[in-house]
Write a protein that binds this ligand. Structure first.
Ligand SMILES: C[S@@+](CC[C@H](N)C(=O)[O-])C[C@H]1O[C@@H](n2cnc3c(N)ncnc32)[C@H](O)[C@@H]1O
Length: 313
């Protein structure tokens, strides 16, 4: 079995920390979730606009409800580039493109670490909208390159960039790290950002439980099977800790993972943390966004569990 280099290196680089007597290996980084096509497909199987259920579908409804008002606030007459940060299958961009294109020329630019997602998004936008899609070397990219991408796309006809950061991707990141990257890429006078995210609710325990379902195991378990673990050597679990939902695997028996001349020895009882979701209250998130933006407007879902947030510098 070929051991995935990147995942192995992340484990080596980060090592483990001790929590009581338990060794906890923390590789909770969403860039490891979508490395292979099968992982991207497993994600879309959990959450997709097409699935007509789940948080993605709810967010899609929220977009459709508010996109008319949002597009009025985003437009200023010139052509507009929609930069879809972590585009996934791109389907949520469709109502945005629709609304904006009624009033200005629109180009769509998907950015994602997963080539499968980028291909899906390009296909979906072309099929639905027949809009201009920007294909260039930066489509398959980390978020570190946003400033570069933003400048490359701005020209006389398309001066304005409208960033989409949807699907609760913000909940999986170190907030200030990712917001700094995005804000740096935005032109203060003309650009806008639309965030779609999960908000903290009174029933976060129940939400954590839902993240422990098999469908999430099928998605996240692939990180560890790519370094040689077998499914029955691991036990999947979720917990609510320090306002974060954590997904982790407990190693059921000692295991040595070897790559070249290096190895990692896991012991029975070790925990491998693979995902964290941090949900904020509206007030907490607004306070954090005020560091980067002068305008922060919420479009909440009725039950308060999600919101769209429109931000301008
Ligand atoms: C939670 S999904 C959201 C997808 C889509 N925006 C939606 O709302 O349906 C997160 C997306 O971001 C991408 N992604 C995650 N971490 C990334 C990173 N570090 N750099 C670039 N893309 C990343 C994933 O491949 C995935 O498509």
């Amino acid at each position: 079995m070929k051991v995935n280099d990147l995942i192995f290196k992340e484990l080596l680089r980060r090592g483990y920390s001790l929590e009581g007597n338990t060794r906890v290996w923390n590789i909770a980084d969403s860039k490891l979730w979508y490395l292979e096509e099968e992982q991207a497909k497993a994600y879309l199987n959990i959450d997709s606009v097409k699935g007509k259920k789940g948080s993605t579908h709810k967010e899609f409804q929220l977009i459709k409800k508010h996109v008319g008002e949002i597009s009025q606030k985003v437009l200023n007459g010139s052509g507009i580039n929609i930069i879809d940060i972590g585009c996934g299958d791109g389907l949520k961009a469709i109502p945005c493109i629709d609304a904006l294109a009624k009033q200005a020329p629109v180009r769509y630019c998907p950015i994602d670490i997963s080539s499968y997602m980028v291909t899906e998004a390009i296909k979906n936008i072309r099929e639905a909208e027949k809009r201009e899609v920007i294909e260039f070397r930066w489509n398959i990219s980390d978020f570190d390159n946003l400033e570069n991408i933003s400048a490359l796309l701005r020209d006389d006809k398309f001066r304005k960039n409208f960033f989409l950061f949807l699907g609760g991707t913000v909940n999986n990141f170190e907030l200030h790290e990712v917001m700094h990257e995005i804000a740096e890429a935005m032109d203060g006078d003309i650009d806008s950002l639309l965030i779609g995210m999960g908000l903290k609710t009174d029933n976060d325990e129940a939400v954590a439980k839902r993240f422990g379902e098999d469908i999430h195991n099928n998605f996240l378990g692939q990180i560890l099977t790519q370094i040689g673990f077998k499914e029955d050597e691991l036990e999947f679990g979720t917990r609510l800790k320090n306002s974060r939902i954590e997904s982790y695997y407990t190693v059921k028996k000692d295991k040595k993972v070897i790559l070249g001349d290096k190895f990692i020895a896991f012991y029975k009882g070790d925990q491998i943390l693979v995902a964290t979701i941090r949900r904020y209250s509206k007030e907490e998130f607004e306070e954090a966004m005020r560091i980067y933006f002068s305008e922060v407007e919420f479009f909440p879902q009725e039950d308060g569990s999600r919101a769209l947030v429109l931000c301008k510098k």
